[in-house]
Design a binder for this molecule. Sequence first.
Ligand SMILES: *Cc1c(COP(=O)(O)O)cnc(C)c1O
Length: 485
Amino acid sequence: MTLPEHGRSRDEVVADLTARHASDLPTHGGRTWAYVYDSGLADLDPVMDSARSMYAAVNGLDPTVFSSIVGLENEVVGTVLDLVRAPEGSVGTFTSGGTESCMLAVKAARDARRDVERPNIVAPTTVHAAFVKACEYFGVEMRFVPVDHSTFRADPAAMDAACDSSTVLVVCSAVSYAHGVVDPVPEIASAASGRGIPCHVDGCIGGWVLAWYRSIGIDVPEWDFTVDGVTSISVDLHKYAYASKGASTLLFRDPAMRRASYFASADWPGYAMINTTMQSTKSAGPLAAAWAAFQHVGADGYAELAQRTYDATRALIERIGAIDGLRILGVPDASLVAVASDDDAVDVFVVADETRARGWYLQPQFAYLDLPRNLHLTVTAASLANVDPLIADLEASVAAAREIPSAAPAPELVEVARNLDPDTLSREEFAGLLAFAGLDPSAVSGQGLPERMAGVNHLLEAMPPRLRERILSEFLGLLYSPTRG
Ligand SMILES: *Cc1c(COP(=O)(O)O)cnc(C)c1O
């Protein structure tokens, strides 16, 4: 067994973990421009660590036994309701993350309309994949509607036209992950409301930032509960509220709709299982940490963090836009920036590799329908100090990329990839494809994936989404091969 025969000391265990963790990308310091959120506040982590460990073993399953969690959740949810200007009587739930918030929004909409036999939801193609996941898990049809290909915003008229009597929810984003723009929420919500359909605004990543931008006097599009017809909103706390991971909120204008997001079963011999979220037994650690973050940072602190995030985003937009060969996609409304190339000699996937070699992580985003490939940057409060060094390295990376031929695969290869049917390929054939694509699962646990990923990214991009899903699932399946004794 890989379980040690005799237990190891605390020091040994921590030293082992520290060594393992060394190969991860840095979560602090602002050099990793996706996945992580750094407030730059030195004391915030220790405050959250204390709160999280105090509540780690508290079971959020039963608030009547662990009664202090009720107050923590009510204060956290109430704070976010105030921020998004929810009317009196609005309610919410603390969840484990954005995906859970989005999934519960879809479950609520489905279960509020038990009369609909084959429910569907209508959403722009830029909506987060969490909604596709919800549809798949809950047996709901997803109706995707293309977005405007220059603003990357949803098209309200086309969304309205996609609705029918079986539409149980209309979804839009504030902001979208890929392009960082706010959809035309008032038009979308008003059309949905006219049909009696609820409208969810996914503010998982943008909601917190947009609310604080507005409060410090920065102009933002209308998107929150002050918009008629908006019935629910998701806002993550483990993103821009800088709470530790496992923290999001799902907010409802109408308590009856929240009730439809709950699960209840008293129909078994054990305890009556009444769950507000998808998890049942769950640690109250993330809730306590989020509450502690609110207390420690405070309103003036969050306003300051929002100002720094805004300043960093404006500076980046201006200076990246001035780099010959690069352009910003659309007009970012919050703090996410998508950088594309308008020059055939500059392959953005190669630029990503070049910046990686210089100690940064920018996230490659594949071309999708008529939306161009680009690099994603999540800007945080800790990014401000990194603007100058990033720009210098980005300029050098673009110059270097001009000297390197594009990593795009040969057209014959693209044609082969297009015609592969993921449903008929065997495991062995997938393993061969992975090796061919340059994806070696055994490398990940060692030194990590190859330094240069541009070729892999182009090949993946050239595959139809279904094939890409399958090949990456096979990859993950191989990655998670249990270590046995
Ligand atoms: C991050 C994100 C989600 C999903 O949140 P997770 O916390 O990663 O589960 C949903 N919607 C948007 C717009 C996001 O950016």
